[in-house]
Write a protein that binds this ligand. Structure first.
Ligand code: 13P
Length: 338
């Protein structure tokens, strides 16, 4: 394992002013996004959409440190034959790859999920490195309701995250470890806090016991936030304070950075929360974004599957990327959204 290279990549992924574009929707998920704008999910349309994002200037140069790709995209060429990976590298960003096989029903635990994809992962990893990936992502899903999550679900998912992370590091690939506590449901902020705290504690115990080098990892957590259907949703400063509190209680300072998922927050909510956490400064890790929907919703709505909307699409992406880049430094304000 080349530890220096791993740490260098992890540090670059979470550098101040930049964050990660999660463009790794599986074929099923991207179809849902395209259905929402009336576009067909063909191989060419998926290519055109992602190529447009990866060619967006100045977003890619100024605000994006890395891009998470789906297997299809890692192997795909732009319309002019340039590998999409090269578009990302030429912009100064790092290509990454989603390697999990999705959240599947967990045997014996109705309604809970365990992420699949460990079988054969060690063999796949070498090819991903050769194709240019320097980091990877694995997402575990933890759902909250009156009876869930079970201890078994949290433990099994954290165990799998640590096994994945160890396999990545062996191959010279930085693991993004993503234990996502979902914001679906009517639970309040305190309940999200408690579940997130348990999950992160369990995760770091597993990473430690399986010999994962924390300096060569990036954490991708949910924020501590009220459920979408909660009657009294917490405001921006409460979310920021609770999220910082749980991270300080659970995430070792050896971790170079934390890149949040957006998880169904609106674009501006996701930016405002990240900004509020970065206003105070003086944290042991850099806090940045690894957003999928909160970066892509606006450009998707501008595109609507039509080539003639390319300029508007790229303008929308440039704007959101810049806003989130500013939020990593605590320099965003709502006035800049105008
Ligand atoms: P969202 O920001 O849309 O939650 O996606 C991030 C991601 O990569 C989830 O795994």
């Amino acid at each position: 394992m080349d530890l220096d290279a791993l740490c260098e990549t992890a540090t670059a992924m979470v550098q101040k002013g930049k964050g990660i574009l999660a463009a790794d929707e599986s074929t099923g998920t991207i179809k849902k996004r395209f259905d929402g704008i009336g576009a067909q999910s063909t191989v060419d349309n998926r290519r055109d959409w992602r190529e447009m994002l990866f060619r967006s200037e100045p977003a890619m140069q100024d605000s994006i440190s890395g891009v998470i790709l789906y297997d299809e995209t890692l192997r795909q060429n732009a319309a002019d034959g340039t590998p999409l990976v090269d578009l990302i590298r030429n912009a100064g960003a790092i290509p990454g790859i989603k390697v999990d096989m999705g959240a599947q029903d967990m045997a014996g635990f109705t309604g809970e999920k365990i992420t699949a994809g460990l079988d054969g992962l060690r063999q796949r990893m070498g090819e991903y490195y050769d194709l240019g990936a320097r980091f990877a992502k694995w997402r575990a899903v933890i759902e909250i309701d009156a009876a869930r999550p079970s201890t078994a679900c949290v433990m099994a998912n954290c165990h799998a995250l640590a096994r994945y992370a160890a396999i990545c590091q062996e191959a010279g690939i930085v693991p993004i470890v993503e234990p996502e506590v979902l914001m679906d449901g009517d639970h309040d902020l305190d309940r999200c806090y408690a579940v997130t705290q348990n999950t992160l504690k369990c995760l770091y115990e597993e990473l430690f016991s399986q010999g994962v080098v924390l300096e060569g990892t990036v954490l991708k957590p949910n924020m501590v936030i009220s459920g979408k259907k909660c009657a009294n949703r917490a405001g921006v400063s409460e979310v920021a304070a609770a999220t910082l509190k749980v991270l300080k209680a659970t995430v070792p300072a050896a971790v170079p950075g934390i890149a949040f998922l957006s998880g169904g927050q609106s674009d501006i909510e996701a930016t405002a929360h990240l900004n509020a956490m970065n206003v105070g400064g003086d944290l042991p890790w850099n806090l940045t974004f690894s957003y999928g929907r909160a970066l892509q919703a606006a450009p998707l709505a501008a595109w609507r599957g039509k080539a003639q909307n390319r300029a508007a699409t790229q303008a929308a992406f440039n704007h959101r990327a810049r806003m989130n880049g500013l939020a990593t430094k605590g320099e965003w304000s709502e006035a800049l959204e105008g």
